[in-house]
Write a protein of this length. Sequence first.
Length: 675
Amino acid sequence: MSAVLSRTVNGACPHDCPDTCAMQVTVENERVVRIVGRQDHPSTHGALCTKVSRYAERTYHPDRLLHPLRRVSRKDEAPRFERVSWAEALADIAARLKAIAARDPQAIQPYSYAGTMGLLQGEAMAGRFFNKLGAARLDRTICAMAGGNAMLEAYGGKIGMHYRHFAGSQLILIWGSNAITSNLHFWTFAQAAKRNGARLICIDPRRTETAEKCHQHIALLPGTDGALALGLMHELIQHDWLDHDYLRQHVDGFEELRAKALAWPPECTAAECGITADEVRELARVYATTKPAAIRLNYGMQRVRGGGNAVRLIAMLPCLTGAWRHESGGLLLSGSGWFAPFKRADLERPELLAGRTPRTVNMSTIGDDLLREANPAFGPRIEALIVYNSNPVAVAPESRKVVAGFQRSDLLTVVLEHFMTDTADLADYVLPATTQLEHLDVHTTYGHTDVLMNHPAIAPLGEAKPNTQIFRELAAAMGFDDPCLADTDEQMADQAFTPEIDMALLRRDGIHPLPLPEAPFANGAFRTPSGKAQAGGCDYVPNYESVRSNPELAARYPLAMISPPARNFMNSTFANVESLRQAEGEPLLEMHPDDAAARGLQDGKLVAAFNDRGRYVCRLRISLRARAGVVHGLGVWWRKQGVQGTNVNELTHQRLTDIGAAPAFYDCLVEVAAA
């Protein structure tokens, strides 16, 4: 019997989650046999979510793409591909890109997001390639731009509390977050606080798994979070539950905000939010009188028209009460702004633009933009699309238009992927990319404040290549000879940070903490030009589509629909991993019993949710997770996994948020009938 050759490798979770877990990968005879969270990382503390603990299953999936493929069918028929060599694929892609670039390189559009959050396999070599080419830029808005830009306006950066300090809070408002599903390690700190006597309150339209575990659930209507924040401020002002000294020293614009808040008494707030006036009064009292009080704000509540302003308003609450004075008081939406040592420009090399200023396309309007003809305002028609780290046909809003755009016969589409996703099905070329177990990467995070390094555990399977290598080889095929386009991943890792990050230590340990203050805003020192939080200029902005803001539309489509993520998926990632798909079941629409009874609908039957944009057929689950008047289209399933080849984004629209020009996925009216 041959000996088993075993080793362990330090890694990092690559996915779009604030936890950015430190992983330990066990390899036996060059095959990954076990993936666990590292015990020595304070935020991970040995635990991985169900999804990432199955990462080896994803890497060794029988449907894994291992060779370059070229389309041989039309885009409006069932997809058929043939295997080609890397040399043949890259030569043809380069030739076609050169021809387009000779007319106008802005007709070449990159499209990527957070399939990996790694700094190298994300936008490092890709950024260099597209800058050299002069291609159009992409405004990466699809997840967090409304809330992120709101925090920039309020605090001067995406900065906030430390994860571990939530364990010392006596009150935690979990606002717009299903932490058990999407923020597991924050939840462990919240549970520690609960065991120490803290009160947990969940604010969310849906009665999530997290809401069930909290002391109280406030089920407000989608898009009314800003109104609730103003209603709470009204009570703080009326009862003088204010830290006047903190406001005087560390907040600009409070008098303007005060006048707006006084227009939102509890009865008015309750009517707008669909809750009771007593809920408003009691929440304000508990928040004001419990010390320390913390808010875990997440991105669910900013995916509506007024999402940016809502984040700004909520961010003012700990400033009004002086909650920031305590390390376990304050707020966290994202901590990504703490990573000042990261040198994005050194990775992406904007100097390769050589003075050019290409147009920028918003990724959230890609459906409209792919169908747009050349015009003076927009520029040239998009002739080529290079997609990596994203599955836009499944995840972008108003997907009927997205599909129509991708089906254009004159559009060159190149997709870097692990599997034949909905987007890969509509590609001209599909290029096999490595998974996190097969390449080097470095990671910052938006939850904790540690830099992590991911070492490759195994060699790439088949002919798969890292994104960095694919863009290096594509650059060479284009004839680009700038030395930085040949930099190795190791070299780029060394270029990613200022000397504040000790790369030798990071390589050795895989973890490098940032030295940061424990109570960051106890004495103000916000990152705004004045050093003060900015309370002026924000207000409640109602939804595009709601019973109150658009009664004519609501007469036809009276149900508000939100599309929160399925528990066992990460956006559309993991939707094809068999064990996770079995755990999730099938695409579902959750509906309150009263709404189902009014429509004569039965639990477990197929229903059609529809509006002017499209129709989505799935299974009905009658559930008290839904409040009356609101339905939940759980996502994001691949379209081809749906009953009629669609998913919930058939119903969402491409209109953008008030701040950050982000998508308003949860700002959507529908009607539901038996299918």
